[in-house]
Design a protein around this ligand. Structure first.
Ligand SMILES: Nc1ncnc2c1ncn2[C@@H]1O[C@H](COP(=O)(O)OP(=O)(O)O)[C@@H](O)[C@H]1O
Ligand SMILES: [Mg+2]
Length: 224
């Protein structure tokens, strides 16, 4: 179980805090969804949860234990927005083994199978894959480390409708084995598979019921 308590992030250079006393609980094998407009603090929040930035105050707990940034780096796997832009392996195998060359072919194949890419040749270039396949590979790059918490920043951004649907069904499948926290500016895609949902505005998180938000979205669509 993930608990976040009164987490605030206020770099000295900014006039107001970017994250304001954020509280959040997420159970294992749940998918949490945070929805907010551009600039609301979503990516900053994930950077803190993945140990890349340190909060000004407040704490993150995993299994009742308070974690420091180094421990968060172990616990969490962050898939950046547009992860394919950061690919640097010459082949799929290299990409998956970056930073942990000791991993055997079994683990590599297992990670690819989790994301439905088991049919690809390990010697293919990551850049030769389709947009949807690249997103799946980026997920596998994190899953191969077997993180306890998988963090996804705008996972469907820039994908066309059918690739978005495929990614959403993949995330629905992954939450059977993993705990996922997704941030997005586009509520529509992932509401149906979210177990917990929050909105974020100017660094303030507010819990909402995903079912009621889903009904609202459908109503506004049919009214349009
Ligand atoms: N290290 C930083 N120093 C100053 N301002 C920052 C820093 N990181 C992010 N910001 C600002 O914090 C706000 C939230 O940014 P971000 O987390 O990227 O939002 P989102 O991902 O929701 O679009 C923005 O106004 C951004 O300009
Ligand atoms: Mg962002």
């Amino acid at each position: 179980m993930l608990h976040i308590r009164n987490l605030t992030y206020h770099p000295t250079a900014t006039p107001t805090a970017i994250l304001k006393s954020v509280n959040l609980d997420l159970a294992p094998q749940h998918l949490g969804l945070i929805i907010g407009p551009s600039g609301s603090g979503k990516s900053t929040f994930l950077e803190i949860l993945s140990g890349l930035a340190q909060p000004t105050s407040g704490a993150v707990f995993w299994r009742e234990q308070k974690l420091i940034s180094e421990q968060l780096q172990q616990l969490a796997g962050l898939v950046f927005q547009f992860p394919e832009r950061h690919f640097c392996g010459g082949t799929i195998l290299e990409e998956l083994r970056l930073g942990h060359p000791e991993l055997g072919t079994e683990r590599v194949k297992q990670a690819l199978t989790e994301v439905g890419l088991e049919h690809l040749s390990l010697s293919n270039s990551p850049h030769a894959l389709s947009g949807g396949q690249q997103r799946r590979l980026a997920l596998a790059v994190q899953l191969i480390r077997q993180p306890n918490l998988l963090l996804l920043d705008e996972p469907t951004a820039g994908l066309d409708w059918s690739m978005r649907q495929q990614l959403v069904s993949l995330l629905a499948k992954l939450k059977k084995n993993w705990t996922l926290l997704v941030v997005t500016h586009d509520a529509g895609d992932m509401l149906a598979i979210a177990d917990n949902c929050w909105t974020i505005k100017q660094g303030e998180l507010e819990s909402v019921d995903p079912k009621s938000l889903l009904r609202e979205t459908k109503q506004s669509l049919s009214a349009a």
